[in-house]
Design a protein around this ligand. Sequence first.
Ligand code: HMG
Ligand code: MG
Length: 283
Amino acid sequence: MPDFVEIFEMGPRDGLQNEKRLIPAADKIALVDLLSRAGFRRIEVTSFVSPKWVPQMADAAEVLTGITRQPGVRYAALTPNLKGYEGARAARADEVAIFASASEGFSKANLNCSIAESLDRFAPVAEAAKADGIPVRGYVSVVTDCPFNGPTPPANVARVAAALRDLGCYEISLGDTIGQGRPESIDAMLAKVLEEVPASQLAGHYHDTAGRALDNIDASLARGVRVFDAAVGGLGGCPYAPGAAGNVATEKVAAHLAARGFDTGLDMDVLRQAAAMAQAMRG
Ligand code: HMG
Ligand code: MG
């Protein structure tokens, strides 16, 4: 039996959040519905964030309630605070994600508060989700490099990852938000994080700005990580991280993993169709 590696599809959220052109909710729904046929276990659909901050995600409730849910697929949404959590719960998110930063500069740019304040805001979200039986995932951004503070010390990533674990996150996704990580910096970061959180509760979330995401995935596989976030068609970036390119393309990761003998359970034909649809949406 080949080793299973899961790709968590990010395109509709991390991909589309960054598009300048306002994409109609119906098109986003069509993309999610197509992705639902590809074999993913988890798809991040949208984020319940301030529409003043990210206008592209203002239709979060419409999209999440408009999709056709496939059995066996969990549909996720980002929730930065209780207001976002309540929106996600009302729209029947199967899981939610809270997202912190390993640097103060990016925390301020992305969430308008310090790391400590963001964790304070996430606590009631995690508590409410626990009471409602909704799993919570955690992100740590800028795990190797920050556009505001430069290289990120691995100990800072480990500290924030541990804080998210303590809040009850079932998995921590480690974000190379601006795609400047290298296999060596990813490896050094993982070595430190693994002192706090086991590989079975980690995911790699690598943007492909410098074209090194697959190398960074290989470095993470060597450390035992078996979940990777990716966006079909290589969509996206982060509106609050200057210079960030999209997540590594799902179809590229799936082909790379297959060539390395891993099973992803994904249908490459459906992925190709979804990549074409995603590319067409970019305008
Ligand atoms: P703020 O301006 O400090 O907050 O923003 P506020 O509480 O003063 O609220 C401002 C306005 O937004 C108010 O409206 C609130 O009601 C409203 P007004 O009274 O002015 O009309 N508001 C909301 N509306 C809808 N849903 C909500 C919500 N919260 C407040 N949940 C805040 C603070 C956290 C809200 C803001 O900074 C924000 O929304 N940030 C999110 C930014 C974002 O989405 N970034 C991209 C996702 S993270 C990412 O891409 C990285 C990742 O991929 C991993 C990686 O690559 O590293 C995950
Ligand atoms: Mg991202």
